[in-house]
Design a binder for this molecule. Sequence first.
Ligand code: NAD
Length: 254
Amino acid sequence: MRLADKVAVITGSGSGIGKATAFRFAEEGAHVIVNDVNPEHGQQTVNEIKEKGGKASFFEADVTIPESVQALVDYVIKGHKKIDILFNNAGISNVGRVDEVDPDVWDKVMDVNVKGVYLGCKYIAPYMMKQQSGCIINMSSCVAEMGLAKRALYAATKGAVLSLTKSMQVDYAPYNIRVNALLPGTIYTPFVENYLKNSYDDPEEAINGIKKRQLSGDLGKPEDVANAALFLASDEAKFMMGSPLYIDGGVVFG
Ligand code: NAD
C-alpha cells in the first residue's frame, strides 16, 4: 500500500477528480478526509469508500472562508493528530471574455480557485512544518500555459496556482514538504459537462472538437488525474518539487 497510515485532506472531493482521488488514496491505505461545500455529495464519497473497505470521513467546509478552513483543520488534527497530504482540488469555472465577466464572478472564481489554495496551505502548512514532513498538491490546469477562448479568468486563476506552487516549494523545502501542481487537460466530469451545456448549442459537437485538439484523441477520465495525484502523494515522487505535472492527452504540446 503506497499511502499506508497517511492522513489525506482532499478539498472538493464530493465530485469529479477529487472524488476519484479520494477512492484511489483510500485504496492505497490512506484515511481520507473528504471535504466539500456539498454535504450530500461529500457524504456519498465517504459512504462509497467505506463500502469498499476504505477509511474516510466527511467535513463540510467552504475553502474560501478562513474560519471554515480552520475548522476543517481542527477537526483533522483532533481526530488524527497529523496531516500528511493536502490536495487543494476544489475549483469552479466561468465562461466569457474579460469584458463579459462581472466583477462579482471575478471575485468568486478567484476566491475558490486561488484563495482556497492559499487558505488550505495557510492553515495546514504549520502542522506539516512541525511534523517536518508533508505533501501538498495544488490543482492548476493546462490552461495556465495556453490560450483558450472565453477562459481568461479561469486561466488566470490556474496560472496563479502554478506560481504559488513554485514559490511555496522554495519556502517549505527546508521543512521536508513537497509542493507540486497538477495540470489536467479536459477531463470528463460534472464540471466539464456544465461548461459544455452552458457554452455550446451542441455539446456533442463541442466534445468532438475537443477530442480533435488532443493528441490522445479523447477526453481524460477523473481516474487519470487521480493516478497522477497518487504518484505525487507517494514516496515514488520524492524527487518532484515545485513541478507541474501534465495529464492532458498532449493538448499543451500537441
Ligand atoms: P467538479 O465540479 O466535478 O468538482 C468540484 C468540487 O468542488 C464540487 O464537488 C464542488 O462542490 C466543490 N467545491 C466548489 N466550491 C467549493 C468550495 N468553496 N469549498 C469546497 N468545495 C467546493 O469539478 P472537477 O472537474 O472534478 O474539477 C476539480 C478541480 O480540477 C478544479 O479545481 C478544476 O478547476 C480542476 N480542473 C478540472 C479539469 C476538467 O477538465 N474537469 C481540467 C483542469 C483542471
